[in-house]
Design a protein around this ligand. Structure first.
Ligand code: ZN
Length: 85
């Protein structure tokens, strides 16, 4: 699993006359996928290759599930503690 969120980007390059700067029908480069996450207080951002996109999406989903289940577990533990006290 891994934390973070994916964003999709389209870029414009610096080459003169490139398709991304066509005055009538600009076609920007991309998509590029960027993953942003915070781990131990440190913000990190990195590009994800198309080949690994499916795996990263699965890892992000696993992390969300883990967080949701852990939250549920803590909630139930609190209920139990209150009932016992
Ligand atoms: Zn270009």
């Amino acid at each position: 699993m891994r934390p973070g969120s994916l964003s999709r980007q389209y870029n414009v390059c610096g080459k003169p006359g490139c398709r991304c700067k066509d005055p009538k029908h600009p076609s920007r480069h991309g998509p590029y996928y960027q993953l942003n996450y915070v781990f131990r207080g440190k913000k990190t951002s990195r590009f994800i290759r198309k080949e690994t996109l499916a795996r990263v999406r699965a890892e992000l989903a696993n992390y969300k599930k883990f967080r949701r289940l852990t939250d549920e577990w803590i909630g139930l533990a609190l209920c139990l503690a209150e009932a016992e006290e």
